[in-house]
Ligand binder design. Sequence first.
Ligand code: AMP
Length: 300
Amino acid sequence: MKRIHNLQELSWWLAENPRPAFVPTMGALHDGHLSLVNAAKENLHSVSPLIPNPPRSPLVRGEEKGRPILVSIFVNPTQFGPNEDFASYPRDIEGDIAKLAACGVDPVFLPEQQHIYPHDRLHPVPELPKAFSELEGAIRPGHFDGVAQVLFRFFQLIRPQVAYFGQKDFQQTVLVKWLVRTCKFDTEVIVCPIVRETSGLAMSSRNAYLSDEQRQNAATLFAALQKGKRLYEVGERDAKNIIRGVQDFLQTAAVFDEIDYVDVRGIDFFENVHWIAKPSALVAAVRVGKTRLLDNVIVG
Ligand code: AMP
């Protein structure tokens, strides 16, 4: 497995492999991450029929023989708050590399902080719309600014033809699409479905923090979202009734220490949705001990 450690090595690789497919991660890889890698391998363009992706870009030279794929592993400090888990975030580079090798992808980009933020400087990212200071943005002030920073840098350095993200971090997918539109990056953003444990729990690197009992209880979040989806399916269109249904389910189960939010948001702009007239995201976040769990389903 080839490891790209710095920008010089990156530019050499890009000279041979221009406009790759790009899969950014923070490592501690699980099957959710690997599903993005596999989507890139299969050159998938619209993997989630409920989340329409922009039309396919024209073929680039060499695409017919398989587009090169670049996976990055970088725990981005600017997206963590001062009291968050940057220092303790799970890291397992050798294990990650073994998983990527088993998937048959090569190389992996392992930048250092100084490559992404030379001289500790931030990048000229436009001010984020208000939607990104809500929900996750309200609970984690500055988080989406940090995500926008790192992706701005990656997109400038790599100029990917296509980049793959998970629906798991729904608000983030809206941010990425906003960033690409606003900064006019010539990159197609593909959103891949959430990969779950058999219990329904959405896979996440932070699930490593859960005890066995917490992990069992954690599946209740998806069950609650499914209750919301069922309400929609039997005809409910008023978002506040669906939100209340999910909250009631969570409160009755009483396995979480905090319900951070339950909400219905638009897929393209993350705007508030009051009446569900088109596919929308039912998003929720809870806490179990110190671990936050995020999940969502599409309704409509
Ligand atoms: P992270 O390493 O947590 O920054 O995640 C890297 C990418 O993997 C992001 O686009 C995530 O949304 C995606 N991802 C994380 N968990 C899952 C999952 N369970 N299913 C699908 N994609 C995921």
